[in-house]
Design a protein around this ligand. Structure first.
Ligand code: ADE
Length: 418
């Protein structure tokens, strides 16, 4: 068995963290129990590139119990929980290649190590496995049944690959399932981003001016939760529809340049690059906090910040202070990497339960449909999405109404008018 992890000796802490997460992942547990009996993934080699957290550990256990041969690497150099990686290796016999704080070279070495198993399935959070295969080891593609993609940024990349005819195997856009993005992106990112900012800084949100760049599902969640703690929210958007929604949700909406001189805390969640740059830094107040909640660390222009800064120092574990020439200080959290995973633990298990239930069931779907699928990006099958919603409600002890026969008929008839 192969692996590259920080320290196998810290496995006991990882083991109990994985159990703790499992106690809040009832849907995934049901799937795992069925997988153990039915072995739908028997002999399937699965390379997974995900944040190595206690929630991911429970997904890996599920795939393994379903008969899968799993190898896991990190989808971000800062998000690995080393004790979880250790326990996966020691207690669960899963091969892991991930070390928190690994440099760029090691990060890609680990991605290549995951691909060395010649996977039938790739599981991505940000499309790094797919990109590496398509740019470096295209020979692998012919043996791959399909892949799954966890995040908005990855799905955007993959759709543009498919549009150009470059995609060499089918992908399921797990992110786009309703039971994924409406919950994970909104409530998961909403809570965990605030969690990351608070753990890093212990700042008071009440009364602060909190600028959210990007009003997708993540931005909505962040704005909603920051408002809940008493911050005044400014939303910056490029999409008129989203800007209108933010306005009617009760937020101030304005260009980022205008918001730059008002904000105390700035968070990017756009999926785009260089959203905050020189012109914004120059307008910011002394002591502001700047963080990124988007997948890649490209949203804050770090080069601009480095160039503007006279002095730099680390003031707390996850805070880098940049002192600009006139003396103004800008505090960058978690190196501009996604703040919820770099400075906290990512989304809570209860919400990852649904995201990873989608991953497990889509993996099963890819194996069963491997002969039929084309080289394009697929939606998560509606039946899987609806089933996860039903199971989640039931796990929470929530019952809902059903349609009567008369109501069902009414909905499907077009003859009845006013
Ligand atoms: N992405 C966001 N939060 C996560 C978590 N807790 N585990 C894995 N991936 C995540």
């Amino acid at each position: 068995m192969m692996n590259d992890i920080k320290d196998i000796g810290i496995a006991p802490e990882g083991k109990s963290r994985i159990e703790w997460a499992d106690s809040m992942m009832p849907v995934l547990r049901l799937i795992r129990e069925r997988f153990s009996r039915e072995k739908p993934l028997e002999g399937t080699r699965i390379a997974a590139c995900l944040h190595v957290t206690s929630e991911t550990a429970n997904l890996m256990r599920t795939l393994r119990d379903g008969g899968g041969l799993v190898r896991l690497c990190a989808s971000n150099p800062l998000s690995t929980q080393d004790e979880v990686a250790a326990s996966l290796v020691k207690d669960h016999g899963i091969e892991v290649f991930a070390i928190k704080n690994e440099d760029r070279e090691t990060y890609y070495k680990h991605i290549r190590a995951a691909l060395e198993i010649n996977p039938h399935i790739t599981m991505d959070d940000g499309a790094d496995l797919v990109s590496t295969i398509h740019t470096e080891i295209l020979d692998l593609a012919s043996g791959i049944y399909g892949g799954t993609e966890e995040t908005t940024t990855g799905v955007i990349r993959l759709r543009s690959m498919a549009k150009e005819g470059a995609l060499k195997y089918p992908i399921i856009a797990v992110n786009d399932a309703n039971t994924k993005h409406l919950f994970d992106n909104r409530y998961g990112t909403g809570q965990s981003t605030i969690d990351g900012i608070l753990r890093a800084t212990n700042v008071l949100l009440a009364g602060s001016v909190f600028v959210v760049c990007g009003y997708g599902w993540c931005g909505r969640g962040i704005a909603m939760r920051a408002r809940g703690m008493g911050a005044k929210i400014i939303v910056c958007e490029v999409d008129p529809l989203k800007a209108l929604e933010a306005t009617m949700d009760g937020y101030s909406v304005m260009p980022l340049l205008e918001a730059s001189c008002q904000g105390d805390i700035f968070v990017t969640s756009t999926g785009n690059k260089n959203v905050i740059g020189k012109s914004h830094f120059e307008k910011m107040k002394d002591g502001v906090i700047v963080a990124n909640a988007g997948h890649f660390n490209v949203e804050i222009n770090l080069e601009d910040l480095e160039k503007l800064a006279g002095q730099k120092r680390t003031t707390r574990k996850d805070i880098r202070e940049f002192k600009l020439k006139g003396g103004k200080r800008i505090n960058l959290l978690g190196e501009g990497r996604l703040v919820n995973l770099a400075c906290a633990e990512g989304h809570p298990s209860l919400v990852m339960d649904m995201s990873f239930a989608n991953q497990a069931l889509c993996c099963e779907y890819l194996v069963s449909k491997r002969k039929e699928l084309e080289k394009r990006v697929y939606e998560v099958p509606k039946a899987i999405d609806a089933n996860i919603a039903r199971l989640k409600l039931s796990s929470m002890g929530i019952k809902i109404d059903g349609l009567s026969e008369e109501q069902r008929e009414y909905l499907s008839s077009w003859r009845t008018g006013t």
